[in-house]
Design a protein around this ligand. Sequence first.
Ligand code: SP5
Ligand code: ZN
Length: 344
Amino acid sequence: MLTVYSSDHHLHRGVELKDGAITESFENPLRAETVLAQVRAAGLGDVIAPRAFDRACYAGAHSARYVEFLAGAWDEWTATGRTCQALPLVWPVHAMPSSATLPEFIDGKLGFFAMDAGAPINAGTWDAVSASANSALTGAELLSNGGARAAFALCRPPGHHAGHEYMGGYCYLNNAAIAAQALLGRHRRVAILDTDMHHGQGVQEIFYGRDDVLYVSIHGDPTNFYPVVAGYEEETGAGPGDGYNLNLPMPHGAPESTFFERLDDALRALARFQPDALVLALGFDIYKDDPQSQVAVTTDGFGRLGGAIGALGLPTVIVQEGGYHLESLDANARAFFGGFAAAR
Ligand code: SP5
Ligand code: ZN
C-alpha cells in the first residue's frame, strides 16, 4: 500500500463554537500528524506527496463557480480589511425570493456556498484543501495506472460533507467523490463505502442521480445528529440513480455489533453492484471514545473493518475523513491497516 500525504494541511486551521466559546476546531493538524506517524512507525509502505492537478479535475464533483469561489475567498475577504477567519453573514433559505442568486460580495458568497458554520476559511485553506483533494486524485491515479492496488489518501481537511456547490462540516472539496470520479476513467463501476460516524450527504448529493457510482453509508441516525438534513433509509437515489444510494443508519448509543451488522448489509450491496474499484471514506470517529461518536467501535473493531475491506480484493482508495480522539488515532489506524494488509 502507498500513502499519499501533503504537509500543506498545516496551512489550514478551523475554529468552532464549543461550550459557548469560539475555540480551535476538533478538525486540527494533529489528527493527520498522528496517523502519518503511525503509518511510518508501523511500516505500512511508502509515503509519497500528491502531484499537482488542474482544477478541472474537481469538476465531476463540484461546479466551476464553487471551486473558483474557494480558491479566491481569502483574497476577497482580506480585500475588505479583515484578517480573522472568514465565516458567512447570511445563509440563503429557500423561502427568500432571491436566494438562488449568487451574491456579489464575499460575506454573501460565504453563505451561498456553505451549509453550516463548520467550514471557516483562513489564509492557507485553499492550499490545504487542494492538496487534500490532490492526495485523493493521486491515490486514484496510482490505481488506474497500475502503480498500486491500494492507496491511502491521508486527507486533511476531510471531504464527505462538501456538496456539488457548498462547504460544511470541516469539508471543502469532496475528496472521496473526486477520487471516485477519477477512477471512472479506467473503471466502469465504482462503489463508495462511507464508514465515518456522520452521513456523507455531500457524496450522496453528488451521485444521487447516477448509476455508475454506488454510495453506501453507515452512520449515526441523523435525527438529532449531524448532518441532520440527509442520511435516512428512504433516500435511495433518483432517476437512473434510484437503487444506487444506500443509507444504513445506526441508533444512537449502539454497540459495536450494530456497526458490523450494518457492514454486512453494506458488503451485500457491494456484492450485488459488482464494482470494479472501491473508495472507502474512512472515519475514525466511530471509535467508542471519540467526542463525536454514537457507536462503540473498539480498536479491535478497526482491525476487523480493515480485514473486511481488504478481503474484497478490489482496487481500493482509502480516503481519510473524520476522527477526533487524538489519543487513539494511532492505535486505530494501526489496527485498520494491519487488518487490511493481512487480508489482501
Ligand atoms: C468529517 C466529519 O466528521 N465532520 C463532522 C462534522 C460535524 N460537526 C458537528 C460538530 C458538533 C460538535 N459537537 C461535539 C459534541 C461533543 N460532545
Ligand atoms: Zn465524521
